[in-house]
Each structure stands twice: as structure tokens, then as C-alpha cells.
Design a binder for this molecule. Structure first.
Ligand SMILES: *Cc1c(COP(=O)(O)O)cnc(C)c1O
Length: 437
């Protein structure tokens, strides 16, 4: 059994302290006060283990991060090994072996042409950096008037100011709307993508020469409710950005690292964006670290004098522990053929949601790689049927977090088949009989 760390305190004591002092993300206060949180003391592979020793399969990979499952032995070893040598050194003026090697290894696995990496802490900071790089790029390329951004309806890019400005989900913008800069929200690519592309082209024809970049979540809008769209649409959107000389920012924070069945969502369309944001699976969920990758064309606009340097950077940029773990993630992907292992599991996920729909337990079944989703009510993001299903699933040993009335499954990419089957049948049972409201 793993060391339970804080187990000298009872579960009830910990919950009491949590209720009194923790301000959790995206959690209505009444739910926080009323609903018993899971008290997780350990984790292993696809499972979380609570204070009573109960195991819960982590159906959402803990907010889409644990692509290799929990505490992969090689990641634990890489972290310990690096901690014994070097923890952190500021990256402005110094480097370290893990950082230089990680950047070169990322360039080797990224879509061809993304050769340069700026490191940060999480998905939001990776987006924030991409937005500032795009604006400063055009400024220094002699087009300061190109500072507008296009985003797609339903897109989610994080919780910092620029990231929120790119979002259109009203629930996320909320009271912050007056603080955000204006962006153009165009139709997403999942409903009627030929029409959406027409709207994009029309906008580019009118305002392309004012536009810095188009920002997309390649192949699948995650937080919007797992809305997938065809590679053809992504390829055509990329082509339009070439025609109107607008940058393409690919937000691969969720879709990267094999989640969609290829290493990158962009890979389905065979495209290289100008900027690519990585997070979530970047360290296999072990540490907060993220990256913004850029092409040589982008980087070259930042050469030519002290006043042309990138005016952006975070304290923990290039953190040595994160870099060591991020390198080991790439090595495990290679050695354990993680992305190739997605196909048989993806088939199970797709069959799972199709079967639910056939049984009348949901509508709009959809699946891509290690993502499957179905709508179980029409309350949208604020719906509560999803939460009642999550509650029932918990009693059956599965931890899932719904997006309102959308139930989704995004398990670790290497979830063993028997665990995957157990997870899916428990979720099916929970959907068939949700907890009372
Ligand atoms: C989660 C997410 C982000 C934000 O990442 P954080 O690590 O939460 O800051 C950005 N873009 C997409 C597509 C995401 O799914």
C-alpha cells in the first residue's frame, strides 16, 4: 500500500478543513458545503485511491492531464533523479541539460517546422504567450495594425485575461466581460463546416489585413462539450489563413499528446500551425508545465536588436523538474508505443457511446481517439443530470466530471483493457440510474 501521507488525520477532519479553508475551482459553494468530496490519498495507473482504501477509475484523467496514468514508474524515477541534481535555475541567461534536450526533442516530434519552444506553466499561460507573440510578431513585421483575433464559438482557451477574451462561452466570461479585449467569434467547425468556412473567408476578406491570428482547438473543442469536426475542415481553415496571411494558433492543450488518436490534432489534417500551445499531458500530469511552439518565421521577427526581444516570461519558465519529466513522457510515448495503443481502445469508446444512444440513454454520441461523449439532458453546461450521473458513477468506483449535461470519457491513453471495460460498464450503469437530484 502506498504511504497515505496525511492519514494521521481522519477523513472527516480533512473534509472539515477543506470546507473551511479551500476555495475550489468551478465549484458552487452550496455543492462544496453539501457534497462530500473524494479524499484522495494515493493513485496508481488508471485509479485514484481514497482515504478508506476505495479505488476509483479516473475516467477523465484528472482534467485531461494523466495521459500515462498516475505515477508511471518511469516518471516517478525521472522526477526523483532530477530533484537530486538540479531543481530550478532562472531561464533568462542560463540553461540546463533537460531544457535544451527537451526543446530539441519537442521540435523532432512536433508538426514539421515548429522548431522553437517558449516554456510556461499551464495551458492558459501557453495561450497568453501565443497571443502576445502573435501581436508582437506583426508589430515587428511592420504591421502593427494586425492585432485582431478570430476564435470559434464554444472555444475554450483558459482562464487568464487573453485566454478568456478568446472564449465565447458566456459562463466562462461572466462578470469579466468588460475587462476582456474584443475578439471575433465565428461559427465553430462541427455543425455545418462548409458554412463556417464561408463565414471565415468572408471575415478574412473584410478584416484579414487587421487580423493577427485565428485560434482553434484542432479536431475537437473540449470544454464546449467534446465537439469534434473533420480533418478536412481544419485543413481548409489552415489554407484560408495561408491565403490571407493570418497566423494560425493551434491550441493543442487538450488534443495534443495522442488524445485524438494521433500525436497532435493537427496531424489529422497534415498541417503545421504558426504557433502551437501544449499543456495538460505535457508532463503526463505530474507537474504543471506548458509550452508554446513557434516556426522559424515567427522567431525571426524577434531578431535584430534589444527592443525586439520577446517581452514575456514567467518565473518558473523551463523548470528543471518539469523539463526532466516532460522528456521522460516523450521517451515513454516512444518506448511504449502509446499513440499506437489508442486505436483498439478508441474502438471500445466509440462503440460504448453508440450503444448508449441505441439504448435511448443519450443523444449525439461522438468519439475520436481517447475521447467519447454523449448528451444526457438539455440543460447544457448548467444542467444537473450529468452531476447526478457522476455521483452514481462514484458509488460504482468511477471518478468522472461532467460538462453539465454532457458525459465524457477521456481515460489515460494506456488504460489496461480490463480497467477500461470496467470503467465503461460502470458509467453505463450510472447513466441508466443516476443519483437522485
Ligand atoms: C484546459 C485548457 C486550457 C487551459 O489550460 P490550464 O492548464 O487550465 O490553464 C486551454 N486550452 C484548452 C483547449 C484546454 O482544454
Amino acid at each position: 500500500m502506498a504511504d497515505l501521507g496525511a492519514s494521521q488525520h481522519t477523513r472527516a477532519e480533512l473534509v472539515e478543513l477543506e470546507r473551511r479553508h479551500v476555495w475550489p475551482p468551478y465549484t458552487p459553494s452550496e455543492r462544496h458545503e453539501r457534497q462530500d468530496p473524494l479524499v484522495i490519498v494515493a493513485a496508481e495507473g488508471p485509479a485514484l485511491i481514497d482515504a478508506d482504501g476505495r479505488r476509483y477509475l479516473d475516467a477523465g484523467s484528472s482534467w485531461w492531464t494523466m495521459s500515462l496514468g498516475h505515477r508511471h514508474p518511469r516518471l516517478v524515477a525521472a522526477l526523483a533523479h532530477q530533484a537530486a541534481a538540479l531543481d530550478h535555475v532562472s531561464a533568462g541567461g542560463a540553461t540546463h541539460p533537460q531544457l535544451a534536450l527537451l526543446a530539441s526533442e519537442l521540435a523532432a516530434v512536433a508538426p514539421p517546422g515548429l522548431v522553437r519552444t517558449h516554456f510556461s506553466d499551464d495551458g492558459s499561460t501557453a495561450i497568453e504567450a501565443a497571443v502576445k507573440i502573435a501581436v508582437q510578431y506583426w508589430h515587428q513585421a511592420g504591421h502593427p495594425e494586425r492585432h485582431e483575433f478570430i476564435a470559434l464559438t464554444g472555444g475554450y482557451h483558459g482562464d487568464t485575461a487573453a485566454a478568456m477574451s478568446l472564449a465565447s462561452i458566456a459562463a466562462f466570461r461572466g462578470p469579466f466581460a468588460p475587462l476582456l479585449f474584443a475578439t471575433t467569434q465565428l461559427p465553430a467547425l462541427h455543425d455545418d463546416w462548409p458554412r463556417a468556412l464561408e463565414a471565415l473567408e468572408q471575415h478574412l476578406r473584410a478584416r484579414g489585413d487587421r487580423t493577427a491570428a485565428l485560434v482553434v482547438e484542432p479536431m475537437c473543442q473540449g470544454s464546449a462539450g467534446m465537439r469534434m469536426y473533420p480533418a478536412e475542415a481544419l485543413r481548409a481553415a489552415h489554407e484560408l489563413t495561408r491565403r490571407y496571411d493570418v497566423l494560425l494558433i493551434a491550441d493543442e492543450v487538450f488534443t495534443g499528446y495522442g488524445r485524438t488518436g494521433l500525436m497532435w490534432g493537427c496531424g489529422h489534417a497534415g498541417i503545421t500551425p504558426d504557433l502551437m500551445c501544449l499543456g495538460k499531458g505535457f508532463t503526463g500530469g505530474m507537474l504543471p508545465m506548458a509550452a508554446t511552439m513557434a516556426t522559424a518565421r515567427i522567431y525571426d521577427a524577434f531578431r535584430g536588436g534589444v527592443d525586439r526581444a520577446l517581452m514575456h516570461g514567467h518565473t518558473f519558465c523551463g523548470h528543471a523538474l518539469g523539463a526532466a519529466v516532460a522528456r521522460e513522457v516523450l521517451a515513454i510515448y516512444r518506448d511504449e508505443a502509446i499513440v499506437a495503443g489508442v486505436a483498439p481502445r478508441a474502438a471500445r469508446l466509440a462503440a460504448f457511446v453508440r450503444d448508449l444512444a441505441t439504448r435511448g440513454l443519450g443523444v449525439r454520441p461522438r468519439a475520436l481517439g481517447m475521447i467519447a461523449a454523449i448528451d444526457v439532458g438539455d440543460g447544457g453546461y448548467r444542467g444537473d443530470r450529468g452531476w447526478r450521473i457522476a455521483s452514481a458513477a462514484r458509488n460504482l468506483g468511477v471518478y468522472l466530471r461532467p460538462l453539465g449535461d454532457t458525459i465524457y470519457v477521456t481515460p489515460p491513453l494506456n488504460t489496461p483493457m480490463p480497467a477500461l471495460d470496467a470503467m465503461l460498464s460502470a458509467i453505463a450503469e450510472a447513466i441508466a440510474s443516476p443519483a437522485p437530484g
